[in-house]
Design a protein around this ligand. Sequence first.
Ligand code: ZN
Length: 230
Amino acid sequence: MAHPSVPLARVSDDPPPEVDRHGHNAPLEDCLEFVNTGRHVRGRRTNEFAGPADAIEWFAARNLAHEDARQRLLARYAADPAAGDADLELIRRVRDAMRGLLEAAVDGRVASRADLRTVNRILRTHYVYVLVPASDGIALGHRHLGDPIAGALGRLAETLARELSQGMPERLRICESPDCSEAFIDRSRTGRRRWCDMATCGNRAKAARHREKRRMLAAAGSAGVVDPTA
Ligand SMILES: [Zn+2]
């Protein structure tokens, strides 16, 4: 039987202010961008969040934290820097564990238990679905229960968890440039992309290979090795 296309209900009341109307799932692109705020560059960990406020602004700009939560947290960090440090530490720990899971999937390795524990803990963050009125009937909103940072991290972690378990993890890559290590989605037809961007990381890698080849040829020449084809 065909479902009627008319809305289930029309409610004229305004949505209660505590109900959140933004969509629940964080886009995969945002999730990878989050993972890429911490990378390995020549064996060193980088971190784009210099302070907790940077992270909150990042969440708010991607609709992962509501405006009232953003203002409340920024005021709290200003008054209590230790609270900010603790939140930033949690954000970095979850992000690095998410990168760990992603890298294990890309390499075809078993994920580390510590990374799984960290991500599993944040996946337990609670929200409840709530139906709210919309101009064309009703929409599915949700309400966060508890800490807004755990809520933002939980949504990012859930997107990664779904992609790794039910999505297309075989499309995920880590850029092979040792100066980059950016996580990206390989959308090429052949599915054999090695660098996040051919114009930057790909060209740098080619130039480095070329330099290395010339260096080896020069070393062979100075050692008295004669190239018979010359
Ligand atoms: Zn790259």
